[in-house]
Ligand binder design. Structure first.
Ligand code: ADP
Length: 536
């Protein structure tokens, strides 16, 4: 079996989360700084203490030297310390080598091993004293007293010379004292300082760990929240966002990231919603189409079956059924034409033939085409056009279709003796077209739906049954493609007024021509007179 190498194992041991890495980095940084500072401090202190102890030892050596000199000094000039041939006076030798005296020197004064040399002394030109120990003039006294608290032996050495002492009858003499291995508190003090530093460092490291974890937590929390949101988003929860409170609390870069994520999420959700709504509408549309097709087809089938039976034998009945079939076929044809038209409009495949023509011509010819129908129905159709040309960039054929459909509806829903008035006038955005009738009117509850495909008013009358419910949907599509807007005002029993506002140049306005579906009619119909903003 494959075993991970030491490097791989080390890699496994190192935490991989951003938070742990930040914490580790902070702790490592603090630890490094503390280690460096401690090393420098301890090193400097050690040198300082050693210097101090050396100084103190030298001072004590001098002290010992002077004591020895005092003790050695003769009581009278008749007793010289050093005689010819560097011979030490026996009395002096005895005085300075007494055990109690040496013990006193080593244990009480020097606190170190003491070596005393006494003999002839000279002074160099530089002022250095050279003591030549006389035979028998060297005495040593080891430090025997136990160390006091905090004291320990040190391998230090200090030498002090005393002399040359001159007297009229004697040779100049001197003392050299060497102190070694004294008791000092250096090691203890250093150990105390080191312990103190270590404890402080440990505390600082702990604080760094806690602070590091807190800082890292604060730093990474928004990131974690972001990745959580991304995960949920990826899992299909499209409404999931990074909460605003957490965005505000984060750092600039993370805030930016979170804002961008939320923006992206919103756009995506919107797009997905659009696609879904579209899909639903397509399904609905298909269902509507099938439903609409079934009625004439069922009627045709029934007529055919009846004609095949006994009813077909009688000439009058046959004519009746054939006439009924013709009407149904016409209806099917009308339906197919309108469906084709609507699907072309909605798919955005249809390019408008925009021309800066006089709108009056377009309206006039469309209204004239409805003249015959108006006369047949006994409805007064009037037109009110501006005196001067009203140039608005439009597709004459399509706008003609809008006028035709609106006037057609107005005539269809206006009883004999009624009036339909088509008015065209300039508008601050371009032009306004109004088709007003004195017909049956539309119920307020139905108003929001009349621009939907296949929607037909509920109050059944003959006029209504003849429609396909596609006319206003087509009108709305065409107006949308022209970046225009449409609204309707109506009162049951009094009549309806449809208003279309066309902009001067639709090319400059983002027209939703490519929108594959008719937007919900609720959004585009006002019950009042206000212009309704174009669907978005
Ligand atoms: P249709 O082809 O059935 O007329 P439309 O889309 O043109 O379909 O109209 C939808 C519905 O809006 C109609 O069935 C009718 O109820 C209502 N409607 C449209 N125009 C008028 C009008 N001028 N007066 C009254 N009702 C109208």
């Amino acid at each position: 079996m494959h075993r991970p190498g030491p490097r791989a194992r080390l890699h496994q041991l190192i935490p991989h989360s951003f938070r742990a890495r930040i914490t580790m980095t902070v702790v490592a940084l603090v630890a490094g700084i503390l280690l460096a500072v401690s090393a420098i401090v301890i090193n400097r202190l050690d040198a300082y203490f050693e210097e101090q102890e050396e100084g103190a030892l030298s001072a004590r050596a001098l002290e010992v030297g002077s004591i020895v000199a005092v003790v050695a000094a003769p009581a009278s000039a008749a007793e010289p310390v050093i005689q010819a041939g560097n011979t030490l006076s026996a009395a002096v030798a005895e005085r300075i080598s007494s055990d109690s005296f040496l013990g006193f020197l080593a244990n009480a004064v020097a606190k170190a091993d003491v070596t005393i040399e006494i003999g002839g002394a000279t002074q160099t030109a530089e002022g250095d004293v050279i003591v030549t120990a006389a035979p028998g003039g060297t005495t040593t006294a080891p430090l025997t007293a136990p160390p006091e608290a905090r004291e320990s032996r040190e391998t230090l050495r200090a030498i002090a010379t005393f002399g040359p002492v001159r007297s009229p009858l004697a040779l100049p003499w001197g003392v050299r004292v060497t102190l070694a291995n004294p008791y000092t508190t250096r090691v203890y003090t250093l150990a105390t300082v080191t312990t103190l530093l270590a404890v402080t460092a440990l505390g600082a490291l702990l604080a760094a760990l806690v602070m590091g974890a807190l800082i890292a937590g604060r730093f990474t929390r928004p990131l974690r929240r972001l990745s959580e949101a991304t995960r949920r988003f990826g899992g299909g929860d499209l409404a999931n966002r990074v909460p605003a409170a957490e965005i505000g609390a984060a750092y600039t870069e993370v805030t930016d990231l979170a804002r961008q994520f939320n923006l992206m999420a919103s756009r995506l959700e919107e797009s997905v919603g659009l696609v879904r709504r579209d899909r639903d509408r397509s399904r609905e549309f298909l269902a509507d189409v099938s439903h609409e097709l079934r009625t004439p087809i069922a009627a045709l089938r029934m007529n055919t079956e009846l004609l095949q039976g006994q009813a077909g034998e009688e000439a009058t009945t046959r004519r009746e059924f054939l006439e009924s079939s013709r009407v149904q076929l016409e209806r099917l044809d009308w339906l197919a034409q309108n469906l084709l038209e609507l699907s072309k409009l909605e798919s955005g495949l249809l390019a408008l033939d925009l021309r800066p023509d006089d709108l009056r011509t377009t309206v006039e010819s469309a209204v004239e085409q409805a003249d015959a129908s108006a006369r047949r129905r006994g409805v007064d159709l009037a037109m009110d056009l501006p005196e001067s040309p009203l140039r608005v960039r439009h597709d004459p054929q399509r706008i003609g279709q809008v006028v035709g459909n609106l006037v057609g509806n107005a005539l269809k829903f206006t009883p004999r003796g009624g009036r339909v008035r088509v008015t065209l006038r300039p508008h601050r955005d371009g032009a306004q077209l109004e088709v007003a009738d004195t017909g049956v009117g539309i119920d307020a509850a139905e108003l929001p739906h009349i621009f939907e495909r296949f929607y037909r008013g509920s109050s059944a009358n003959e006029a209504r049954s003849s429609g396909s419910g596609l006319g206003l949907a087509i009108v709305k599509s065409i107006v949308d493609m022209h970046a225009g807007r449409i609204n309707v005002e109506s009162r049951v029993g009094q009549g309806s007024t449809f208003r279309v506002v066309l902009v001067r140049d639709p090319r400059g306005v983002a027209a939703p021509a490519a929108s594959p579906s008719i937007p919900p009619a609720e959004a585009s119909v006002a019950s009042g007179l206000d212009d309704v903003a174009n669907s978005s």
